[in-house]
Design a binder for this molecule. Structure first.
Ligand code: UTP
Length: 471
């Protein structure tokens, strides 16, 4: 069979949109290969491609900070009065969980290049003693929440075109962690072509365009496309607990967070922590022209990030840890916006096939990936609860293979937290200085928080280590 050249219509489109170089790729392809490539080219969204090309040529503009103010934040309580208020809010959150309105949603479509793990990141064995995967830990939290609050809590997992199959197989092999297959819903996020610095299409294989996932902000379109928003509505779930696959310390069913969200009639909420230093890479929680907004840290000039109050505290103190609550109608509204959320460009390095048909490494950072960010939906919210949480209790990002934000730091943080729980429960233990040997693990099915652990333990308990607490 001979190669199939693109027909005239496709040829004209490619030429019109500055992608004529793709026509040369057909010269050395056989019939099957050329059919594959042609189909992909025909399915391209050329308008979006044009937007990306324009974006590449547009010099970045500095964001104005004149209309920016620090966001109001629901702080951690310090006084008795504040503690009382927080317990009332938390009670409201418990009632909300018991009312069975909440679904869990994990975004797990990222490429995880920094971690360099050869499988979907959610499969990474993270827990210190049992080597439970990230997915496994979240599953146990969901199961624990279902039991505790008597709710159904479905789990929505966003995957990508490259990791969807392996993710589903993993859940299957793990028996869906006892959750019930029918309660776990995978949906695949969209992709965009990855371009070179001039905005030209690239190939991953001789017969395949180089494409990448469209960012965690793709969650809105993907949810809507998959029909899951309809299913949520039909099932009576109007709240989504959103979290990233890379944070083993996330609390999936957090009554305090839910309580604030519901109490404020918010439609998109955001957990925040005080930044450690001005340059820390957390998005800033602010009001911009009066609208709740998270500004990506690279868009914040040093002067603004470092501004201090007379007390010495940072003026823009709070950063987002990418844990959100959103209402289903809000997600629907964002999915149906006339103009899409902004596109961001990441400079990446990929293996590509060059014009001569050879597989080569792209120039370092020479590929342009286009992504949307979930927090950019925030200005479309009517109300947002920015809720302060304890960083040590809720944030252990697994980004890199070693060093900061790595599995080692996450395991240390998990163990420190569990030791704190033991201490608060009255156990006679000292916080170890070093966690180089795994010492402790508490399954969410044994205790999902410090109160639950306290209920199950005797004061003056002297546990021996390594200590594994599971049902
Ligand atoms: P990151 O921003 O850390 O990106 O994702 P990443 O692709 O996983 O990792 P690197 O940059 O290649 O090392 C934060 C969260 O958003 C999800 C990730 O799976 C992670 O939970 N994400 C990111 C998506 O679901 N889709 C995307 O397109 C990007």
């Amino acid at each position: 069979m001979t190669a199939q050249k693109p027909d005239d219509a496709l040829k004209t489109r490619l030429e019109k949109h500055g992608q004529a170089h793709a026509l040369q790729w057909f010269d050395n392809l056989n019939a099957d290969e050329s059919r594959r490539l042609r189909q992909q080219l025909e399915q391209l969204d050329f308008d979006r491609l044009d937007r990306f090309r324009t974006l590449l040529k547009t010099p970045p503009t500095n964001m104005s900070f004149e209309d920016v103010k620090p966001a109001p934040v629901r702080r951690l309580p310090l006084t008795d009065r504040q503690r009382k208020f927080e317990s009332r809010v938390t009670e409201l959150g418990r009632d909300t969980l018991a009312a069975d309105r909440t679904a869990a949603l994990t975004v797990a479509g990222g490429q995880g290049t920094r971690l360099g793990y050869d499988h979907p990141k959610g499969m990474y064995p993270i827990s210190p003693l049992r080597n439970k995967s990230l997915f496994g830990l979240f599953a146990e939290q969901i199961l624990a929440a279902r039991r505790r609050y008597g709710c159904r809590m479905p789990w929505l997992v966003m995957t990508s075109h490259t990791n969807d199959e392996e993710t589903r197989e993993f859940f299957g092999a793990q028996g869906f962690f006892g959750l019930g297959e029918e309660t776990v819903h995978f949906f695949v996020q969209g992709t965009n072509p990855i371009l070179d610095a001039e905005g030209r299409l690239l190939r991953a294989e001789r017969d395949e365009l180089l494409v990448g996932p469209d960012g965690h902000g793709g969650v809105f379109a993907a949810l809507s496309r998959s029909g899951l928003l309809d299913r949520l509505r039909q099932g009576g779930w109007d709240l989504i607990s959103y979290f990233q696959v890379d944070n083993p310390l996330v609390t999936v069913a957090d009554p305090r967070f839910l309580g604030h969200h519901v109490n404020m009639n918010a439609d998109f909420s955001c957990k925040v922590v005080p930044k450690r230093e001005p340059s820390e890479g957390l998005g800033l929680a602010v009001l911009k022209t009066g609208r709740p907004t998270v500004i990506e840290y690279i868009d914040v000039p040093e002067k603004v990030a470092g501004e201090r109050l007379p007390s010495g505290k940072l003026r823009y103190q709070f950063g987002s840890i990418a844990i959100h609550l959103m209402d289903v109608p809000f997600a629907e509204r964002v999915a149906n916006l006339d103009s899409s959320l902004p596109w961001h460009i990441a400079e990446k390095t990929y293996r590509i096939v060059d014009d001569a048909g050879r597989k080569v490494e792209s120039p370092p950072g020479g590929c342009r990936k286009f992504e949307q960010f979930v927090f950019e939906a925030l200005p479309h919210a009517q109300e947002c609860a920015f809720v302060e949480v304890r960083r040590e209790a809720e944030f252990a990002p697994v980004k890199n293979a070693e060093g900061d934000d790595s599995p080692a730091t996450a395991r240390r943080l998990m163990q420190r937290l569990w030791f704190e729980w033991l201490q608060k429960a009255g156990a006679d233990v000292e916080m170890p200085k070093d966690f180089s040997e795994p010492l402790i693990e508490i399954s969410p099915l044994y205790a999902a928080d410090e109160e639950e652990l306290a209920q199950k333990t005797e004061a003056d308990w002297q546990p021996s280590f390594p200590l594994l607490l599971e049902p």
